[in-house]
Design a protein around this ligand. Structure first.
Ligand SMILES: NC(=O)c1ccc[n+]([C@@H]2O[C@H](COP(=O)([O-])OP(=O)(O)OC[C@H]3O[C@@H](n4cnc5c(N)ncnc54)[C@H](OP(=O)(O)O)[C@@H]3O)[C@@H](O)[C@H]2O)c1
Length: 346
C-alpha cells in the first residue's frame, strides 16, 4: 500500500524528512511494502528557492540525487513531480483532490487540534505534528517507547519534541533499573530558525532578539512536562532548563538524576549499553570515546549516551551527557512513526 504524503512547512525538519525518505529508499515499492510517496509540499517560499534548498544544505551536504523545480512541481530524480503549494490559508489546500493520506506538519505554525482538523476538513486522512501538541491530539508518540500503542484508529498525533525523543529512552531505562526520585535536565540546543543572525526584533520573546551566533541564550523548554506525559509516575519530579548555543546542528542533554538505589558509573553505563543493544536498538546509541557534537551530525538515532561523561556523587546522584542530531534524528523518527502507523490503518 502506497501512502500519499503532504509535507506542510518545508524548513529544516520538512527538508530533512524528504531527504531521509529518499536516503532510506522508502519512496519505492521495490524497497518497502509501505512506500511513502511525497505528493505535495506546502511552503510559503517560491519554487526556485525550494529546489535550491533541497539540493544544497549547509548542515547535511548536497542532496544525493537530482532536484529541480519546473511547472509548479519539484522533480526528484526520475520520479513523478511533487506538487508545490504556497498557501498560508489551510482552507485553500487541495488535500482531497491530491488524495492525501497523511500530512506531516513541519511548519511549527500551531499545536491545537483545530489546526489539524482544518487539514482533515480539506480531505487529508491523518495528520502528524512535528512538535508537542495540546492534550486534544489522539496520541503523542516517542518512537521506540510507545509507538506500539498506535492502533490505526487515531487521526491526529504528535511525535513530541527532539529532546523528549532523546531523553525518554534513557529515563525509562534508568527508572526501571534503579528508580528515579527526582531529576534536572539542561538541553544544550543548536541555533534555530526562530533566532536572528544579528540582533533583531522578535514578537514574543526578548531572548530571541539576540544574535544566535554571539551568545549562549537561555530559552524556555517544556521537557519536564514531556517527561510527565510519557512517564506519569514521575509527575512533579523533574525540572528542565534549556539554552541555545552557536552551532548549526546537533544538541545535547545534560541531566542530573537522584536515584533510589546506590550505583557506580560502570553499572549505569552497562544498563544503558544493553538498552541500546536490545530494547531501544536503532533509537538509542552508546559511545565511549572522546567525541564532540559534530561527530553526531546526520546521525539518525534519537539519543547517544556519552559513557565517558557518566558521573556519580554520593552513590545516588547521577550525571549523564546525551547527544542527538536534533534535525536528522527527529526527521527519521517522524518517518518511523508514519511507517508504523500506516501499517495499522487497514
Ligand atoms: N529544527 C529542529 O531541531 C526541530 C527538531 C524537532 C522538532 N522541530 C519542530 O519542527 C517544526 C519546524 O521546525 P524547523 O526547525 O524545521 O523550522 P523552520 O526551518 O522555520 O521551518 C518551518 C517552515 O515552515 C514554513 N511555514 C510557516 N508557516 C507555514 C504555513 N502556515 N504553511 C506552510 N508553511 C509554513 C516556514 O516558512 P517561513 O520561514 O516563511 O515562516 C518555514 O519554511 C517546529 O514545530 C519545531 O519545533 C524542530
Amino acid at each position: 500500500m502506497t501512502i500519499r504524503l503532504a509535507i506542510n512547512g518545508y524548513g529544516r525538519i520538512g527538508r530533512c524528512v524528504l531527504r531521509a525518505l529518499y536516503q532510506r529508499g522508502l519512496t519505492h515499492s521495490s524497497t518497502t511494502d509501505t512506500p511513502l510517496k511525497i505528493v505535495a509540499i506546502n511552503e510559503l517560499a517560491d519554487d526556485k528557492t525550494i529546489a535550491h534548498l533541497t539540493k544544497f544544505d549547509s548542515t547535511h551536504g548536497p542532496f544525493q540525487g537530482s532536484a529541480q523545480a519546473r511547472d509548479g512541481k519539484l522533480w526528484i530524480n526520475d520520479e513523478p513531480g511533487i506538487t508545490l503549494l504556497h498557501q498560508a490559508d489551510i482552507s485553500q489546500l487541495p488535500w482531497a483532490e491530491l488524495d492525501i493520506d497523511l500530512v506531516l506538519d513541519c511548519s511549527g505554525s500551531g499545536n491545537e487540534r483545530d489546526l489539524a482538523e482544518a487539514h482533515l476538513n480539506q480531505g487529508a486522512r491523518r495528520f502528524i505534528f512535528s512538535h508537542p501538541a495540546t492534550a486534544e491530539v489522539d496520541a503523542t508518540i516517542v518512537y521506540g517507547f510507545n509507538h506500539q500503542t498506535l492502533t490505526g484508529l487515531e487521526r491526529v498525533i504528535s511525535t513530541g519534541s527532539c529532546s523528549t525523543n532523546c531523553l525518554i529512552p534513557v529515563v525509562d531505562t534508568l527508572h526501571r533499573a534503579f528508580g528515579i526520585n527526582a531529576g534536572t535536565t539542561w538541553t544544550i540546543h543548536s541555533a534555530m530558525h526562530d533566532q536572528p543572525v544579528l540582533d533583531a526584533y522578535h514578537d514574543t520573546d526578548l531572548r530571541k532578539t539576540r544574535s544566535a551566533f554571539a551568545s549562549i541564550i537561555p530559552v524556555d523548554t517544556g521537557l519536564d512536562k514531556g517527561i510527565e506525559r510519557f512517564l506519569p509516575e514521575l509527575t512533579g519530579k523533574f525540572q528542565s532548563l534549556a539554552m541555545r548555543v552557536p552551532t548549526m546542528n546537533v544538541s545535547a542533554i545534560d541531566c542530573a538524576l537522584q536515584l533510589n538505589t546506590e550505583v557506580v558509573a560502570d553499572e549505569v553505563n552497562q544498563v544503558l549499553e544493553s538498552a541500546a543493544q536490545q530494547r531501544f536498538a536503532g533509537v538509542l546509541g552508546y559511545v565511549n570515546e572522546p567525541v564532540a557534537s559534530c561527530d553526531f551530525n546526520h546521525d539518525p538515532r534519537s539519543c547517544i549516551v556519552d559513557a565517558s561523561q557518566t558521573r556519580v556523587a554520593e552513590g545516588k546522584l547521577l550525571a549523564l551527557h546525551l547527544w542527538f542530531d536534533n534535525e536528522w534524528g527527529y526527521a527519521n523518527r517522524m518517518i518511523d512513526v508514519a511507517c508504523f502507523w500506516a501499517r495499522q490503518w487497514h
